[in-house]
Design a binder for this molecule. Sequence first.
Ligand code: SF4
Length: 421
Amino acid sequence: MIKVSIITLGCKVNQVESEQIGDALENLGFSVSMGLSESDIYIINTCAVTNEAERKSRNIITKVLKLNKNASIYVCGCSSENNADNFKKCDNVKKIIGTKNKIQLVNVIKDDFISEIKPFEPKNCDNIIRVSERTRADLWVQNGCNNFCTYCLIPYLRGREISFPLENVKKELSRLEKIASEIVITGINLSAYGKDLSDKNDGLIEIARLFRNSPSRFRFSSLEVNIISDEFLKELSSFDNFCEQFHLSLQSGSNNTLKSMNRHYTKEDYLEKVNLIRKYFPNAGITTDIIIGFPTESEEDFEESLEFVKTVNFSEMHIFPYSKINGTVAEKFKMIAKNIPERVKKMTEIALKNKYDFINNNIGITHEVIIENQKNGYYLAHTKNFILCYIKSNETLKPNSKYNVKILSNFEDGAFAEIIK
Ligand code: SF4
């Protein structure tokens, strides 16, 4: 059997697309594995979110050739859309396909390897997900972005916002809920869901409504603050299976920096939305991404950002030192930000303290978790508000099954918890 390895870098949407390609190839009779392993064919689904991500994407080819010097390599994704020439120079690369029509790789590979089988017909958001039980699966509902943040190339690489029709999403959900206990609603700019659909619709909440009688619990991937409103939160609070975690991209807590990033809110708008979330979900996990050392971020801007982060009290933060990306508007900004490693250190200290406090505030509270895997004698599982729990249990706990736990203390990078009968 011909072996295919699919290596995925970057965002959740890339992961979903890799799954779709993998499933289609498996249906054609290829043996598919995710990640770098010895194979005949390699698909590298690349990322261009930073110059570092682009470098990593190219390095994978070197690793592949060490494993199999005769490998056939196919490259897709944002880095190949942005810089196809970088990959053309690499040995054994047979095709570079960019971002727009990745699923076409299935037919390209089929033609290169087994021409006698019937063609695969790609359908929008209507592909087959690998049928194996899992804790979490991504429901991809939207592609593209119209926001044009000055540090990001995504609107140029993936194109403008497109929402997948509700009927297609519904079909995909009915497949996913048979195999996954938790579903993450995913998109490039998820908050824009529905804006481009011709049928009258209520936007992203329409997707949440599909979960009304679902056996799976659900959460959103990343949201923009503009989606948060009384109506949105009120309706979400009526679901028993909604996971009260809101990943709200902040990027900076300084109004000057937000403006030069072309983010469409101020820190005051952001805080108002956080307070609204806490009105409906007092114990919500509020998580975020933040960029440190954006070119225009002065010392004062950074201090303002630091203070703002303390005020919000995030349960978890992903902190990224700014990385220049060729072709962005920000590439041309004069670099005035200094002492970036020191700033990252200061921000990380706040993030760790806030996370510790959030977990402390959850001690003694009962949470529903779904068992994911085991590590060093502990079962690992996440609560609905996204606390990673380490659970000791004398009885065997079933993977992908729901249990109630009580949080006992901070532990490792999460919490220590016990099963409640
Ligand atoms: S919202 Fe901004 S950072 Fe996110 S994909 Fe769109 S342009 Fe890029």
